[in-house]
Design a protein around this ligand. Structure first.
Ligand SMILES: [Mg+2]
Length: 247
C-alpha cells in the first residue's frame, strides 16, 4: 500500500544508539556498574556531565578532529579529572564500561516489534558508529541482529558516519542500487542525516524530543516515534497497534 507520493523504498538503514536502542539507559547502567566495582559514588550530575563529555568527543570524531582511540580514553580522562578522580585506572574502567554497554540495553518505542513487522517486506540493515564487540553484543542480546539482513559497524568498516567512505562501503554491499529507494532512519542530524544526504539516499530524522533542527540541511522526513516510520514507508495500518501491520 504505497502512498502516491512516497518513493518505493526497498531498503532501510537503521541507526542503533538513540534510535532502535536507548543509549542513555545503557550508558547509565554501564557507568553505575563501573563505579560500583571501584566503590565510588556516582551522582546524577556526574552522569549528565559524562554524557556531555562523551557527546562532545563523538561530535569531534565525526568532524575528524580526534581518533577513535582518543575518544575511548579521552572522555574518561577528562571526566575523572573534572571530579578529582585522577587516580582511577582509565584502561580498566573503559574496558568494563564497554562490556557493560554491550550487555545493558532497552528498546526505544517498541523498536523490536517495528523492525520485526517490516522483516520480509523491506531489507533492513544496521549502520552504527561504535566499538564492534560492544555493538555486536548489544544487537545479539536485544534480538535485533537476527531481524536484520546485515550489520555495518564503523570500527569494522574503518570509517564512521557521516563519512561518505563509510556509506559508499555499505551501499556497495546492498542488493538495491537505486539510492532513491534506500532510507536511513536515525536520531543524529550530524551523523545519520548528513551522512545520508552526502551519500544521496533518503533520510528520516528520528526526533523524539521534537527539538528544532538547527542545521542548514534538513531530513526528507521527520518522526517523533518509531511507529511513524510506517507513514514514511507509505503503509497505512488503520490500527493503533503497529504490530498488526502486515498481519
Ligand atoms: Mg544515534
Amino acid at each position: 500500500m504505497q502512498g502516491k507520493n512516497k518513493p518505493d523504498f526497498t531498503t532501510l538503514l537503521w541507526d542503533v544508539d538513540g534510535t532502535l536502542l536507548d543509549f542513555d539507559y545503557s550508558m547509565r547502567g554501564a557507568l553505575q556498574k563501573c563505579f560500583c566495582t571501584v566503590g565510588k559514588p556516582l551522582t546524577e550530575e556526574m552522569i549528565r556531565r559524562y554524557s556531555q563529555i562523551n557527546d562532545g568527543y563523538w561530535k569531534r570524531l565525526e568532524r575528524g578532529e580526534v581518533s577513535k582511540e582518543e575518544l575511548l580514553v579521552g572522555r574518561f580522562r577528562d571526566f575523572f579529572s573534572e571530579y578529582g578522580l585522577e587516580e582511577m585506572d582509565v584502561e580498566a574502567f573503559r574496558k568494563e564500561y564497554q562490556t557493560g554497554l554491550g550487555q545493558i540495553y532497552a528498546y526505544r518505542d517498541d523498536a523490536l516489534t517495528v523492525v520485526k513487522s517490516l522483516r520480509g517486506h523491506f531489507r533492513q540493515y544496521v549502520v552504527t558508529n561504535g566499538v564492534t564487540a560492544t555493538q555486536k553484543s548489544k544487537l545479539k542480546l536485544s534480538g535485533l541482529s537476527e531481524v536484520m539482513d546485515g550489520v555495518f559497524i564503523s570500527e569494522a568498516v574503518g570509517h564512521a558516519k557521516p563519512s561518505k567512505v563509510f556509506f559508499d562501503y555499505c551501499l556497495e554491499q546492498l542488493e538495491e542500487k537505486d539510492r532513491d529507494r534506500i532510507l536511513i532512519i536515525g536520531d543524529s542530524m550530524t551523523s545519520d542525516i548528513l551522512g545520508g544526504i552526502q551519500a544521496g539516499i533518503r533520510t528520516c530524522w528520528y526526533n523524539p524530543q521534537e527539538r528544532p533542527c538547527g542545521y542548514t540541511y534538513n531530513a526528507d522526513y521527520e518522526i517523533s516515534v518509531l511507529q511513524q516510520v510506517y507513514e514514511v514507508l507509505g503503509i497505512y495500518t488503520g490500527k493503533a497497534d503497529p504490530s498488526c501491520v502486515y498481519v
